[in-house]
Design a protein around this ligand. Structure first.
Ligand code: FMN
Length: 351
């Protein structure tokens, strides 16, 4: 369940408050170049410590244990870890038997009973997205060598939509949106939710360019399914749509169909990209485009109704501890990472 892939296998391990978190990856050929500095910078985009994130201080320093020598994969299992350094299980003392509404505490209690990791969300914690970024960050480098680029941005937070054009423009360094004005307005939305002891959700947009046509397959092995399965591995994701997605349900065929033409290199292209670059589960050579709905962070200071699973009483609860008032900005590189894993895995099976 914490592993992904049919042709490669990425496994994520650890918990919010375990000594370390990490990943193993098998099926990667020998001789693939991994630039550790570039990978660390990728991890830094997800790491906490930004104005919009949890105050938990985790430097997220990458340590390779095996599978990499002198910057090249050696064909063996790649294992990498990150040590957890800022652990405060006491923050969760009052939550042990009172499940946070919106979090996985209740369902974990039903499934794992008293043996579950009770603090910090255990293996359901957003911290486990750091190892996803190690695996995905490596694969992003492999795909880049083949001319495939993956870019995501915060498309919408609360009521604010990013007005910058994407993917032609890069996201900002200080906030993962294109337009400076939109980034400021998004930060203001997050700040006002935090000030109210509340949280806020949003939408992430992801675009994959340079994708060759012909990758994927019909039915359950299709690219949409593979990408969706990987994206739903990210906690707090509640929806995904490719191309026009739900909007296409209200369109006519004549409006929705993407007309074909030959470009100047006699390559088949489409005039529009309402299908999001995938037809019949197979890439059509246009950019793969999808949007991901991210719910508001479950842990909030505002009082909510819950139950004490030990005493059987109804209780009111407020979540103190350290939490992201909005998951969206930190989840942007995670969407890029898992998309890379899903595409690379599918490509190995398509050959
Ligand atoms: C990068 C990231 C950071 C997160 N930080 C928090 C957090 O600080 N507090 C919290 O309650 N949930 C946080 N979440 C979301 C929860 O982990 C998630 O909602 C919970 O595990 C339940 O899973 P579900 O929402 O997918 O059903 C975060 C998610 C991600 C991707």
């Amino acid at each position: 369940m914490s592993a992904f892939g049919d042709n490669i296998k990425v496994s994520v391990f650890g918990q919010s408050h375990s000594a370390e978190i990490g990943m193993t990856m098998t099926g990667i050929p020998a001789g693939k170049r991994v630039d550790e500095e570039v990978l660390q910078r990728f991890l830094d985009r997800r790491a906490p410590g930004k104005s919009y994130s949890t105050p938990r201080k985790e430097p997220d320093r990458l340590e390779f244990v095996s599978g990499i020598k002198d910057g090249l994969t050696d064909g063996g299992t790649v294992k990498a870890i990150i040590r957890n350094v800022d652990i405060r299980p006491k923050d969760y003392g009052n939550l042990a038997d009172v499940p946070r509404p919106g979090h996985a505490d209740y369902t974990a209690a039903v499934k794992y009973g008293d043996e579950r990791g009770k603090t910090g969300g255990g293996q359901f914690s957003g911290r486990l997205t750091a190892p996803m970024c190690i695996a995905g960050g490596m694969i992003i480098q492999f795909l880049r060598e083949e001319g495939i680029e993956i870019k995501a941005r915060a498309y919408k937070i609360g009521k604010v939509t990013d007005s910058g054009s994407f993917p032609e423009n890069d996201i900002r360094e200080d906030f993962p949106a294109v337009s400076e004005e939109s980034a400021k307005a998004m930060l203001a939305e997050i700040e006002s939710a935090r000030a109210e002891g509340d949280s806020i959700g949003g939408i992430i947009e992801c675009v994959v360019t340079g994708m060759p046509a012909g990758i994927g397959g019909p039915m359950f092995g299709g690219l949409e399914g593979k990408i969706s399965a990987a994206v739903f591995g990210i906690p707090a994701v509640k929806g995904i749509e490719f191309g026009k997605g739900f909007e296409s349900a209200a369109m006519k065929g004549s409006e929705n169909n993407d007309a074909f033409y030959f470009d100047e290199n006699a390559k088949v292209r489409t005039r529009t990209n309402n299908c999001g670059g995938i037809l019949g589960g197979i890439s059509d050579g246009m950019p793969i485009m999808f949007k991901v709905a991210v719910k508001p962070t479950p842990s909030i200071v505002k009082e909510q109704e819950s139950v004490n699973l030990k005493t059987g009483e109804s209780v009111m609860m407020s979540v103190k501890g350290r939490h992201d008032p909005c998951v969206v900005p930190r989840a942007v590189p995670v969407v890029e990472a898992v998309t890379a894993i899903a595409i690379y895995d599918t490509m190995q099976g398509s050959e």
